[in-house]
Design a protein around this ligand. Structure first.
Ligand code: MEV
Length: 321
């Protein structure tokens, strides 16, 4: 099913919300200190935390927005994340009840794990009347992402927290990164296509690391090329130059394929989107399955969505603004 969606969470819900995201340019190389651009999408995870019986094990329940059972994030992982949050906030681990309402598909490269962590941190802090700055939320969510992903760059938790488009670079600074805002002169329409193949970012990140350890110079050269595309992409976005941005996305896809994180489904979707008029199309996030993004051209987003639906894929429409 296709759904148009707002690009911001409803006002007032922010305190318990984590934002899903797309990476426009620069996934994987961002783990190695190169730049990347990410933007929030209107799909969010919201959490509600209430105090339960002291001494009782925490209960975490996952719901789809339509009230149906959500495919579970590994219960192990969600309990480890909840335990870490409780420990960092100085709370007893037991006696909380957590309800998670997710609009974000899991294992799709759209940042569901980071959005879950951010939502849970905000809802837990609110339940126990603890004031946290956005920086504190993001840095705790980064620790949660280390449980889920191993060696995250920090880009997912940053966008999940701040909910605005950013240029991101991992650094040795105490914050762990440099970020700058990206403001576009007009909203940029993006079609998100889901391959339906679940892929764990942890796996593709580990595969790229193994390849890099085996031949650092070869992979560093690819990461450097992606970094230049990202720099040019940030300029293109700030000018609103979608033709240039699309070309950069296409080249980035070629380099992601070189990193061997694409898949037959992703390649097929990218080809369909380009044939249907996309100015650029690439996988987004960890790859190996998951999702693509396509930048709509002059003919608009509908022909791209229709072509992807005809091939059996689910799409969402979002905007970078
Ligand atoms: C995942 O959204 C993006 C990756 O670059 C991993 C990361 O940055 O942590 C694949």
């Amino acid at each position: 099913p296709a759904a148009a969606m707002p690009t911001r969470a409803p006002l007032g819900a922010r305190s318990q919300v984590g934002y899903g995201k797309i990476i426009l340019l620069g996934e994987h190389s961002v783990v190695y200190g190169r730049r990347a651009i990410a933007a929030p999408i209107g799909l969010t995870v919201r959490a509600e935390v209430v105090r339960g019986e002291p001494g009782q094990a925490p209960v975490i329940t996952d719901w789809n927005v339509d009230g149906s059972a959500q495919e579970t994030i590994s219960p192990d992982v969600s309990h480890q994340v909840a335990a870490l949050i409780a420990a960092r906030l100085g709370l007893p681990e037991s006696g909380v009840r957590v309800d998670v309402f997710s609009k974000l598909p899991r294992a799709s490269g759209l940042g569901a794990s980071a959005a879950f962590a951010v939502a849970l941190i905000r809802a837990t802090a609110e339940c126990f009347s603890i004031e946290l700055s956005d920086e504190q939320v993001s840095s705790l969510a980064f620790e949660c992402e280390q449980i889920v992903h191993g060696t995250p760059s920090g880009i997912d938790n940053t966008v999940a927290t701040f909910g605005r488009p950013i240029l991101f670079k991992k650094t040795d600074a105490p914050s762990g990164h440099e970020i700058s805002d990206i403001v576009t002169p007009h909203p940029i329409p993006i079609v998100i296509g889901l391959s339906g193949v679940h892929a764990l970012t942890a796996h593709t990140v580990a595969a790229v690391r193994a390849a890099w350890l085996h031949n650092r110079a070869r992979y560093d050269a690819i990461f450097d090329q992606i970094d230049s595309l990202v720099g040019e992409g940030a300029d293109a976005l700030r000018r609103g130059d979608t033709a240039e941005l699309g070309e950069l996305m296409n080249i980035n896809q070629g380099l992601l394929n070189a990193l061997q994180v694409s898949s037959p489904e992703l390649e097929q979707m990218v080809a369909i989107a380009r044939r249907a008029g996309a100015l650029g199309a690439k996988l987004t996030g960890g790859g190996g399955g998951g999702a693509i993004i396509a930048l709509a051209g002059p003919a608009g987003a509908e022909p791209i969505r229709t072509a992807l639906h005809q091939a059996g894929y689910t799409t969402y429409l979002t905007e970078i603004r």
